[in-house]
Design a protein around this ligand. Sequence first.
Ligand SMILES: [Zn+2]
Length: 359
Amino acid sequence: MTKVIEAVAKLKLEGEKDEKDEKEEEAKKKLTLEELAQNLSKGVYKKIVVLTGAGISVNAGIPDFRTPGTGLYSQLEKYKLPFPEAVFTLDFFQDTPEPFFKLASEMFAKKFVPTKSHYFIRMLAEKGLLVRNFTQNIDNLEAESGVDPEKLIQAHGTFTTSHCTGCHEAVSPKEMMECMQAAKPMMCPKCGKPCKPDIVFFGENLPKRYFEHENELVDSCDLLVIMGSSLVVTPFCNLAVSIGKDVPRLIINRELPEMLESHKRAGDVFMPGDCDESVAKLVRLVGWEKEFAGMMEQREKYAKKHKLALPEVESKLRAPVTKAGAVAKPKSAPKAVPAAAPKKPKSKAKSKPKAKDKK
Ligand SMILES: [Zn+2]
């Protein structure tokens, strides 16, 4: 009898040991931030693809789209839209272009200083590590920070060119900018239909260039960096899962995108919170402070050249660090950063282009 009890106890112990070994094995495979930083430092990653979204432009003073309360969509109430995305919907725009031009006068017809996160991408490019930066942003701040346009895929289009939505005739970007600044719809001199900048509206295709390069992720990428995107707009969000299972993914975002929560991988490293703060931390861990300081000088030069002040939100990042390592609180909470953690976005994946038209 005792022997049986002993045998059972032994079996139980072995079972527990197996489970423990399995967990240890899993933990060993799990890439840590420190390991990833070390790999970057040692030059293990040579082909980096960066995916960017509105979160990296928040500190420039441009609200993101989906953060409840401060996001762009929740500030559109004054335009009395049938639904927030209507402002970027082609059918609605053709009948009612006014809300878009009002929004454009407040948001897009101004200059902004690129953030630390934008300059981090430029640094990767200058080190020869950046294969491509796919961006969902239409603010052009990646290019403004000095990222080579050749490396940049503006998946949701650009303000640099404009067309009529009726006869598709190209119209003057300068005139378009003047109309946006004046919050006045630009109508086509030929057919009378409203004209719009070549940013991708719901119901439109993504630029050809996007489809020409989307497979690069599968073919040539040894590190994927996702910055400031909650990955809810297709097909852009699919880029995050289309890469090989063994390719590590560094996710720098306020929250872990829901999509990645359900597709976790051992090579995922998540840095929660403010993108610029995470970038500063990463730069320290990798030992790139000197090069990054050079980038910050470039940034100050940019601000000076365009007679722009560095955004107010920056004061929080530049505040003296207390003994405990905590950053001293700014006098007033910056508008772009909500005090409470934002709720998860209600909206499911939004389909921007017509996927069936994809070649
Ligand atoms: Zn026309």
